[in-house]
Design a protein around this ligand. Structure first.
Ligand SMILES: CC(C)(COP(=O)(O)OP(=O)(O)OC[C@H]1O[C@@H](n2cnc3c(N)ncnc32)[C@H](O)[C@@H]1OP(=O)(O)O)[C@@H](O)C(=O)NCCC(=O)NCCS
Length: 161
């Protein structure tokens, strides 16, 4: 595995534009248009209650993005994982798991009771990863992504706060 660190993208970071540009490129490759945040990343992230972590490979200040996870905490009770993706050539090496674990920890520090997310049941690697880290299926939401594309809502409850 290439050397990597999980980094939080800070609002005033000099890396902001470079990182967002890289993420938008990855996003466009991986997700169909209606599922993509490519056009709204900047806006989403400027909201006060959202955050983005990314895996930076071969760091030392001039690294590249191998994957990213976005999360938000719309209320003091509940947080959401709004996006998780790893570039194809970096998959199967632990990046996704490290990102998701880091996002869960960020949400835990917000003292929310529950983290929820939506995932297309056909995305087997993602479903398996979410289950591995303790997420359970809540229910199926028909037509969530498109008329013929459904989503599972999944959740992870924290035992005590
Ligand atoms: C889901 C995704 C982020 C996983 O990233 P990754 O870096 O390849 O995952 P990791 O190497 O960290 O694997 C961690 C766990 O995920 C699961 N997993 C990963 N790839 C898998 C695969 N091809 N099949 C089944 N399970 C898989 C396994 O549980 C694995 O744990 P294990 O190694 O102990 O078996 C990546 O496949 C991806 O970007 N997919 C496309 C985008 C997507 O579906 N995002 C989620 C919906 S928003």
């Amino acid at each position: 595995m290439a050397r990597f660190v999980v980094v939080e993208l800070e609002r005033n970071s000099p890396k902001w534009t470079k990182v967002i540009d890289e993420i938008v490129r990855i996003e466009k490759k991986i997700f169909p248009k209606h599922e993509s945040l490519a056009r709204s990343f900047d806006e989403e992230l400027k909201k006060r209650n959202s955050g983005l972590l990314f895996s930076e490979v071969d760091g030392d200040g001039d690294g590249h993005v191998a994957g990213y996870v976005m999360y938000s905490w719309p209320s003091s009770l509940c947080a959401s994982i709004t996006k998780l993706a790893v570039k194809e050539n970096f998959r199967g090496q632990g990046y996704g798991e490290e990102l998701l674990k880091a996002a869960i920890e960020k949400c835990r520090t917000r003292r929310v009771h529950r983290i929820s997310l939506h995932v297309d049941p056909l995305r087997t690697p993602a479903m398996t990863l979410y289950k591995k880290l303790g997420f359970q299926v809540d229910n199926l939401i028909e037509g969530y992504y498109a008329p013929d594309r459904h989503a599972y809502r999944m959740y992870l409850d924290f035992e005590s706060n």
